[in-house]
Write a protein that binds this ligand. Structure first.
Ligand code: OXD
Ligand code: MN
Length: 618
């Protein structure tokens, strides 16, 4: 499509302004058709950036290899440029917006020379849903154009939805590598050096300016930048929640379904949980989202979660037919692979795929790689953050209502992280405020090598630390406000804290995880029905020791350990939160959260003194 096909004068003016400034060789408006995707991909193939995979093994699929400096989200180069620094808060990098725009304008001048600027009009959420948001990304990257085609709804139907005066979020992106006359990328992934990479957000004006990186969340601006950082600000202003959550539907043997959302920090198994295959007979799980959910009240007073993406941008290593068959099957065709190894017959391979490398490979950096299992220090063939981009519709367990424009009513919200000790397998919050407290303290244990002074826990509140587009203290307050706005507290989802990652002191996993997590989901389902076997403890409501059927390999002793309330461990946790963590939010920390912490401490102290009315034995 051409710019003259767009009937929105504001959008046309912005396209012209950016193209005059960034001076691409041409401007192309995406219509969202499959033929167009094929043509853009072909351009990447011709300039040596994309490698077509064997059509008999992975039809219509391609491998990209990025620059070694451009392999992941770069948090240290990510900025929330709010007008006032205190509105970015303690979890964000801040630069004055006027100064940052000046720096970026210098970088953007002429930056698209030799390239095509793609105009991607996209919708986060189903087109036409009153809850969806439209963004327009202007980018000089074919990789971004093709990934956005899979990850969002793009093109003609969204342009129509935008009409002549619809609101859209301005998303500007450049790889930051202009080409000289006659120069091509010549097979080299284009990007700018680290100190010139900027992933900038201007929350007040709802703008995103990204420069210098072509990878994932830095460049596919609908995902982390729009659907989380800018969306959190819009959600605060409009009274809803934009969250780093999967959405799944779980159905019991009687055919009754409930919807669950779950927030875990990156690399804690969200995609695996979203696509879980239950090991308990008669139960099924279907996927609506593996990464992002927008939640708001429905007319019936319940909280509804809408899936906003159209694809999965999943981490590849460790994914196998054993760990996540649904993800493997979703990524068999029409898929973009980034930074995995290439086999001699032009298929892909990675560490943890479930079988040995089939002969000689080309690793993610383009070098010959021969598997040597005896060499424990062998560099991996695939980058640990290598990815697949696959359409959600290809997932065998996609839920039939994943595109429902109203979203789905949520029964339970789960928080969790990697905690080898202290945090039990599952516990339920007593109230929305208690649940908000549990979300606020989410974290994963870190190794001694990266130990932050005073604490062994890297906190990642609501698994949103890198994604809250404003002051995190205000964000906690917003959570409390959303809960308080419920027509009735009984209509709110119940909030749980789960921990699949408990270990024995010797380092053995206590819980098998993966499909066996369905046993915990079943107990959560029963809690929502009000029929679960529960016990009140100082930390919240927990399953009795016989409430969750034990999987093979988990003894009664293991189960007791998994469900034990480690009073001393929790008292240390309270100490860490009070002294090292909560003070970072200063006076923006809501009073209810410090009161909930005090209450928790009181209950734990009572238990320690043997005055507890509940089950804890220690
Ligand atoms: C992601 C992340 O890529 O959370 O989803 O980092
Ligand atoms: Mn994520």
């Amino acid at each position: 499509m051409k710019v003259s096909d767009i009937k929105h004068p504001g959008l046309v003016a912005w396209i012209r302004e950016v193209s005059d400034y960034c001076t691409p060789d041409s401007v192309y408006v995406m219509d969202g058709s499959v033929d167009e995707y094929d043509a853009i991909m072909q351009k990447s193939v011709e300039n040596g950036i994309a490698i077509p995979l064997n059509p008999e093994k992975k039809p219509n699929s391609f491998l990209f290899r990025s620059d070694p400096s451009d392999v992941a989200r770069v948090e240290k180069r990510t900025f929330i440029a709010s007008a006032k620094q205190e509105d970015a808060g303690p979890t964000n990098n801040w630069i004055d917006p006027v100064e940052l725009k000046k720096t970026l304008k210098d970088l953007y001048r002429g930056c698209m020379k030799g390239r095509t600027m793609y105009v991607i009009v996209f919708s986060m959420g189903p087109v036409g849903s009153e809850f969806s948001k439209i963004g327009v990304e202007l980018t000089d990257s074919e990789y971004v154009a093709c990934n956005m085609f899979i990850m969002t709804r793009v093109g003609r139907k969204v342009i129509e939805e935008l009409g002549t005066d619809g609101f859209f979020i301005h998303c500007l992106h450049s790889v930051g590598k202009p080409l000289a006359d006659g120069e091509t990328d010549g097979g080299k992934w284009p990007c700018a050096p680290m100190e010139k990479k900027y992933i900038a957000h201007f929350p007040e004006t709802r703008e995103i300016w990204s420069f210098g990186s072509g990878y994932g969340g830095n460049a596919l601006l609908g995902k982390k930048c729009l659907a989380l950082r800018i969306a959190t600000v819009m959600a605060r202003d409009e009274g809803w929640l934009a969250e780093h959550m999967l959405i799944l539907k779980i159905t019991n043997p009687e055919g009754r379904s409930r919807y669950i959302t779950a927030a875990f920090p990156s690399a804690c198994g969200k995609t695996n949980l979203a696509m879980l295959i239950p090991t308990i007979p008669g139960w099924t799980v279907h996927t609506l989202s593996d990464d992002i959910a927008w939640l708001r009240y429905g007319k019936d007073g319940r909280l509804y979660a809408m899936s906003v993406e159209a694809g999965f941008f999943g981490v590849v290593p460790g994914t196998s037919m054993k760990s996540n068959p649904n993800a493997m099957l979703a990524a068999q065709k029409n898929t973009i692979y980034t930074n995995v190894a290439l086999t001699e017959d032009k298929d892909v391979w990675w560490e943890g795929i479930g079988y040995d490398a089939p002969g000689k490979l080309i690793d993610w950096q383009g070098n010959e790689w021969i598997q040597n299992k005896a060499d424990k220090d062998q560099k991996p063939s695939s980058h640990p953050n290598s990815r697949f981009t696959a359409p959600a519709s290809q997932c065998p367990c996609i839920s039939d209502d994943w595109e429902d424009p109203r979203g789905v009513p949520v029964s339970a919200i789960l928080f969790g992280g990697r905690r080898p000790s202290t945090i039990p397998l599952v516990h339920m919050a007593r109230s929305w405020t208690h649940g908000t407290f549990l979300g606020s303290i989410v974290g994963s244990e870190i190794t001694a090598a990266t130990l932050d002074a005073g604490s062994g826990i890297r906190r990642d509140p609501m698994a949103m630390k890198p994604f809250i587009g404003y002051n995190a203290g205000d964000y906690f307050n917003h959570w409390l406000k959303v809960g308080a706005a419920a027509k009735s507290q009984d209509l709110l989802p119940k909030i749980f804290y789960v921990n699949w990652f408990r270990k024995t002191p010797e380092g053995k996993w206590l819980w098998p995880g993966y499909g066996e997590n369905s046993r915990v989901l079943k107990w959560i389902f029963e809690c929502c029905d009000g029929v679960a076997k529960t016990v009140d403890t100082p930390i919240g409501i927990m399953p009795t020791v016989d409430a969750i059927d034990r999987p093979e390999g988990v003894s009664e002793e293991d189960m007791k350990e998994l469900l034990n309330v480690d009073v001393d461990g929790w008292l240390k946790e309270v100490d860490d939160i009070r002294n090292n963590y909560y003070p970072t939010f200063g006076d923006r920390l809501p009073r209810q959260l410090s009161e909930t912490l005090d209450e928790l401490e009181q209950r734990l102290k009572k238990a320690k003194a043997g005055k507890c009315c509940c089950c804890c034995k220690k």
